[in-house]
Design a protein around this ligand. Structure first.
Ligand code: G3P
Length: 217
């Protein structure tokens, strides 16, 4: 399973990248706004900086909702760097655009996915990645990880090549459960990635080893 970090914060991207396990970055307009990135030029420059920091797939989201707008925006984003993945919303015009990008050699990430039906459509259109938002599904009393398992089963039975990118991850357990459920990628906040490190017995065990090491010094 690949690990992406879900942020536009450069310090957090750097910290995750330094772990040596980072395979890419996902962003969205909310994450860009959170970092105070304003204006098209600043946004494009920010994507370029991220691409220069991380050697992996970097999702950059379009904000147009009509076919022509999505195509024009996606072409500009894709021109920033070969690792850019054009992130397109799961809407009718988005599906048409994903098919166009697929036919024209531009990789895509279909975002805002909440159902297996949407997952089938995106795969038919040739999306490179599919982003089900599992935390937001959990927030509405459904099981987000169950959706990952369902899509994984469908893609496997049907031979779809689209990679399942579990998004809206809220904690380390989500990552573990998504790995079990067949996600190809988890895009996570830094805290959730670091949460995987934690176990009290590791801390207790290490303290004891270090204490005993003093006896052998
Ligand atoms: O990148 C999209 C997704 O991960 C959003 O997460 O926490 O806003 O539901 P969240």
């Amino acid at each position: 399973m690949k690990f992406f970090i879900d942020t536009a914060n450069l310090a957090q991207i750097k910290e995750a990248n330094e772990l040596g396990i980072l395979d890419g970055v996902t962003t969205n307009p909310s994450l860009m706004a959170k970092e105070g990135i304003k204006g098209q030029e600043a946004i494009m420059n920010h994507y370029k900086t991220i691409c220069e920091m991380v050697d992996g797939d970097i999702s950059a989201e379009v904000i147009s909702t009509d076919f022509d707008g999505i195509i024009a925006e996606g072409k500009k984003l894709a021109a920033i760097h070969p690792n850019i993945i054009v992130k397109v919303p799961m809407i009718k015009e988005g599906i048409k655009a994903i098919k166009w990008f697929t036919d024209n050699g531009i990789k895509t990430n279909c975002t805002l996915v909440f159902s297996a039906g949407q997952a089938i459509l995106a795969a038919k259109a040739g999306a490179t990645y599919l982003s089900p938002f599992i935390g937001r599904i959990d927030d509405s009393s459904w099981d987000g990880v169950e959706l990952i398992a369902q899509i994984s089963q469908i893609y496997s039975i049907q031979g779809f090549k689209t990679q399942i990118l579990a998004a809206s991850i809220r904690n380390a357990l989500h990552i573990v459960r998504c790995a079990e459920a067949g996600a190809d990628v988890c895009t996570c906040p830094l805290d959730s990635i670091l949460g995987l490190l934690k176990h009290p017995l590791t801390d207790i065990g290490l303290a004891k080893f270090l204490e005993d090491a003093k006896k052998t010094a």
